[in-house]
Write a protein that binds this ligand. Sequence first.
Ligand code: FES
Length: 111
Amino acid sequence: MTDLLFREYEKLVEIRVLGRKFSVPEKNTCLRAFQYISPQTIPYGRFCWNQECQLCRVGYQMANEANGAPRSVLACKVLVAQGMEIVELSDELNWSLREILKPSSPRPPLD
Ligand code: FES
């Protein structure tokens, strides 16, 4: 699939962001994947998109790895991969993704 914003991809891969599951385009950076799941907020974040500002730092682990310290990387540099679990977000990313990551409201009780 081709899109002006995203590198060419053929399928979506599943990742988790702070425990929430999302399907995002393969062969794209994490920051592009965040834009895919939150197109109305990520473009307005204060991101340089070229590995200079450090505002996109994330910590991640792979689902099939033994527990250990998360790897700290720049979301504008690292590519998404099936099973990636992003467990830490920079303040700027937390702010930009706050709507999609907020806990869902409890269902109102039936009368
Ligand atoms: S967006 Fe600036 S370092 Fe990644």
